[in-house]
Design a protein around this ligand. Structure first.
Ligand SMILES: [Cu+2]
Length: 158
């Protein structure tokens, strides 16, 4: 049974941590796999604009990921040369919610087209398979995308 004091404390805690409420992961029963949010700013970090959240997703073979346009002006599209051989590319429209099924194991790099050069990129790893890492690393990227992909790929190898 929560006391009145505890109640007040938890309410003030909500106020303090309001930044975290700017980016709720939607709890929607029809999305029972994985979701990636397209955001104008990282959760609680306005200095980190235009991000996929999470930037790295790990899924099993046959799983789907739904890319959700939480904020407008973004899309999710696989990056040519950054998906496993035999895998299907995808290209969501701006502000489109798109669900992608991953049947081929490996690393998938994807981008938001309007913010690619600003570093709005992400990775999906299917089946824990990093065998196309060298091929993925070879690709060159403009602007901040280079650093962003390098940082994400480094996290994969850690
Ligand atoms: Cu974007």
């Amino acid at each position: 049974m929560p006391t009145r004091r505890n109640f007040i404390l938890s309410m003030s805690a909500l106020g303090v941590s309001s930044a975290a409420w700017a980016c709720p992961v939607p709890m929607r029963p029809e999305i029972n796999a994985h979701s990636v949010l397209m955001l104008n700013a990282a959760c609680g970090d306005s200095n980190n604009p235009n991000v996929f959240e999470p930037a790295i997703s790990h899924v099993e073979i046959g799983d789907s990921i739904t890319f959700i346009p939480t904020d407008s002006g973004h899309n999710a599209a696989s990056k040519r040369g950054m998906i496993p051989a035999g895998a299907m590319p995808w290209n969501g429209a701006i502000d489109e919610e798109i669900t992608v099924e991953f049947r081929v194991p490996g690393i998938y790099g994807y981008i938001c087209l309007p913010h690619y050069e600003m570093g709005m990129v992400g990775l999906v790893v299917v089946g824990g398979d990093l065998s196309n890492l060298d091929a993925v690393k070879k690709l060159r990227h403009p602007g901040s995308a280079r650093k962003a992909f390098r940082s994400l790929l480094k996290q994969l190898q850690a």
